[in-house]
Write a protein that binds this ligand. Structure first.
Ligand SMILES: [Zn+2]
Ligand SMILES: [Zn+2]
Length: 234
């Protein structure tokens, strides 16, 4: 069954010991995309066209450098730089370039487009969107799935926001009430828990509390940051 490509990893992410199943899936997709970019994709003209056009964001160029596959990365950078160079050549031939209206100047939008895109991010996000869609489908079609979700740690807020977007797009009002409201309540409880811990932590700096034990996890700032923005990584 085609949907098993997505349902199996989703079940694995819920079985894994992690704070957010979508962070787990995203990390896995990221590792695969980085390996693919420097490996099999070297022989894939379609993906090379994407890397030539988009290049990479700061996070992913760092991951690519860390892999120490100098030849592959040099070849990717070579063709990407050649494509960027061609944008400049086009504009040099355009005599009315500086007269064009600032708002719709094609050079401004072309360089902004290249600078703002990332071939790895777009590959990850494409599959991650399929996971969000399948997750919503599993909520209403797979027996025991909602209970399994509710027995776990909830979601980081960024992935919760994305899941909410998919839920409200794909589910009827009745289905939202039945399958998604319990997830909203789970997230609400998580927010209250983090808020209480952060308040206690902030209060522990008050001189009136000097010497008193603060019963919140030592890494509460990192944990709260990861709850708000997803896994921070190294
Ligand atoms: Zn997450
Ligand atoms: Zn990226």
């Amino acid at each position: 069954m085609k949907e098993k490509i997505y349902t199996i990893p989703i079940n694995e992410s819920l079985d894994a010991d992690c704070s957010c199943p979508f962070c787990f899936l995203e990390r896995k997709l990221e590792c695969e995309a980085i390996d693919y970019t420097l490996g099999a994709a070297m022989m894939e003209p379609d993906f090379r066209m994407i890397t030539n056009e988009k290049g990479f964001c700061k996070t992913h160029i760092k991951r690519l450098i860390e892999k120490r596959n100098a030849l592959s990365l040099a070849l990717i950078m070579d063709t990407h730089l050649a494509e960027i160079k061609s944008l400049f050549e086009l504009e040099n031939n355009e005599k009315s370039f500086f007269k064009k209206k600032k708002a719709d100047n094609p050079f401004v939008s072309a360089v902004a487009h290249v600078a703002g895109e990332c071939a790895v991010c777009s590959k990850i996000n494409h599959t991650l969107d399929r996971y969000f869609y399948t997750f919503i489908f599993m909520l209403k079609s797979e027996k025991g799935f909602l209970d399994k979700v509710l027995s776990k740690n909830g979601f980081c807020f960024e992935h919760f926001a994305k899941l909410t977007e998919f839920a409200f797009r794909e589910l009827s009002d009745r289905e939202i009430e039945k399958y998604f409201k319990p997830i909203i309540e789970l997230e609400e409880n998580k927010i209250a828990e983090y808020h209480e811990h952060i308040k206690k932590f902030a209060d522990s700096f008050d001189y009136r509390n000097a010497g008193k034990k603060c019963d919140v996890p030592k890494d509460i700032l990192t944990k709260t940051a990861e709850f708000l923005n997803g896994e921070i990584g190294d």
